[in-house]
Design a protein. Structure first.
Length: 94
């Protein structure tokens, strides 16, 4: 049984933020699951469109990434989805 890792985040149009925040998570997932391919998907269609238009960079939607996993599958029967949609809420006193 093989596992494919799908790292899902809202995404960013800022390449410095991509390198600083998203890529390290994907690298950590690759380290945690050696030998497993790691795929990237952004949930924001606006972010994906802007990257395509401004940076000539394609990032899959979740559906596209799952399709690529299926296309390149050599028996991937498991997929591990990792969401990077992390929120921090600072308490505000009144």
């Amino acid at each position: 049984m093989r596992t494919a890792v799908l790292a899902v985040s809202f995404g960013t149009t800022h390449l410095d933020a991509l390198r600083a925040d998203i890529v390290p998570v994907e690298e950590a997932l690759a380290d945690a699951f050696p030998g497993c391919p790691v795929y990237r998907a952004f949930t924001s269609g606006v972010v994906r469109r802007r990257l395509r238009e401004r940076q000539n960079m394609h990032v899959d939607s979740v559906e596209e990434a799952i399709g690529h996993i299926a296309e390149h599958s050599t028996g991937h029967s498991d997929e591990l989805h990792s969401t990077e949609n992390i929120s921090y809420m600072h308490p505000v006193g009144f």
